[in-house]
Design a protein around this ligand. Structure first.
Ligand code: ZN
Length: 351
């Protein structure tokens, strides 16, 4: 019996060597392991053997069946591989690998970050969910201040509703949380963490409860700048803004500054750049004024320095803030702010 099995094994392996394709392999499988296969017959025959022979023969026959099955499986895999290689056509066009690209706001943000890091500014990131204190109160905007009206936002209701004030206005509980309306809260956080002297910019996402249209969006990006040191004055601010204007809009760009109120600076100013499209002659983009209102800025209010733990009698500072969406709209001639968050690939692929 043992030699019979051995002979069969050699025969099967010899046959297997000659197999070149999957149908032939299938035929071989049926020939030996099929219902009427040679090995199957031997396995059946074991039942008729004498008791002591049955044990050894049964074991050997089963081992052989196992081994042959494994070999056949292995051969199947190898033949399938050969087959798939044979069908690969290297002249067919390859499948396109789709690559992503940077969002226009990110491109602009990177450009400005490069400039400011070369001037020794740190780039900081801050929380989008901010406390009322950092977003408003610490920046000289107490709960009763009318400037809050212009920056209505999304409040996160973790506390009971604030009490109604006289005239039906709802007061704000100082500990309540909100989606930040500006990147300026990071001025206070940066001052508290790093002290003076300090140079940093803070690009980031901001939120306001706005009815959206081509110029307004509930989610937008700002880039904040802050410099604090001894003897800082308006000319330092002007110098930095001029450098940025030239970097963004070309070396001929001029800057003019006009007074404007912001609660967290004193004096406050609006920085306007000469229109890069018409070079100051007047066009649709600059509403025929020749100037583009781009940056809000000023010298840091002493109250804000104090809130950041810095002594205003020793240190002064300037701060400025850009709307990155507005900058990108001007730079790339985009006429609807809502396109930035629309997720339309036809729009995004142009940059
Ligand atoms: Zn113009």
């Amino acid at each position: 019996m043992e030699s019979e099995l051995n002979n069969l094994k050699q025969k099967i392996l010899g046959d297997l060597e000659k197999i070149k394709d999957l149908p032939a392999l299938r035929a071989l499988e049926i020939k030996y392991l099929g219902r009427k296969g040679e090995l199957t017959k031997i396995l059946r025959g074991v039942a008729d053997l004498a008791e002591e022979e049955k044990k050894t023969a049964g074991r050997l026959a089963n081992e052989l069946k196992k081994e042959i099955t494994a070999r056949l499986e292995q051969a199947k895999i190898e033949l399938a591989n050969i087959r798939s290689q044979a069908y690969a056509d290297p002249t067919l066009p390859g499948s396109e690998v789709k690559t992503g690209q940077l969002h226009p706001i990110t491109i602009l943000q990177n450009e400005i970050e490069d400039l400011f890091t070369s001037l020794g500014f740190m780039v900081l990131d801050g929380p989008e969910l901010e406390s009322d204190y950092y977003n408003f109160t610490a920046l000289n905007i107490p709960p009763y201040h009318p400037a809050r009206d212009m920056q209505d936002t999304f409040y996160v209701d973790l506390t009971p509703p604030a009490p109604l004030l006289k005239g039906g206005l709802r007061g704000v509980i100082p500990s309540s949380l909100l989606m930040r309306t500006q990147t300026s809260p990071m001025q206070i956080r940066a001052m508290k963490k790093y002290g003076a002297p300090l140079r940093c910019i803070v690009p980031g996402r901001c939120f306001r409860s706005e009815a959206t249209d081509v110029r307004h969006e509930h989610t937008f990006y700002q880039l904040e700048g802050l410099m604090i040191d001894q003897g800082i004055n308006f000319s330092h601010l002007k110098g930095v803004l001029e450098v940025l204007g030239k970097k963004l809009f070309g070396p001929d760009t001029k800057l003019r500054m006009r007074p404007k109120f912001y609660p967290f600076v004193e004096p406050g100013s609006n920085g306007e750049y000469s229109c890069f499209l018409c070079r100051g002659q007047g066009c649709r983009v600059c509403k025929n004024t020749g100037w583009l209102e781009i940056v809000g800025c000023g010298l840091v209010h002493p109250g804000v320095l104090k809130a950041g733990g810095i002594d205003p009698s020793k240190y002064q500072g300037f701060a400025f803030g850009y709307g990155l969406d507005r900058l990108a709209m001007l730079k790339y001639n985009i006429n609807d702010i809502r396109l930035f968050h629309g997720g339309d690939l036809k729009f995004l692929k142009q940059f």
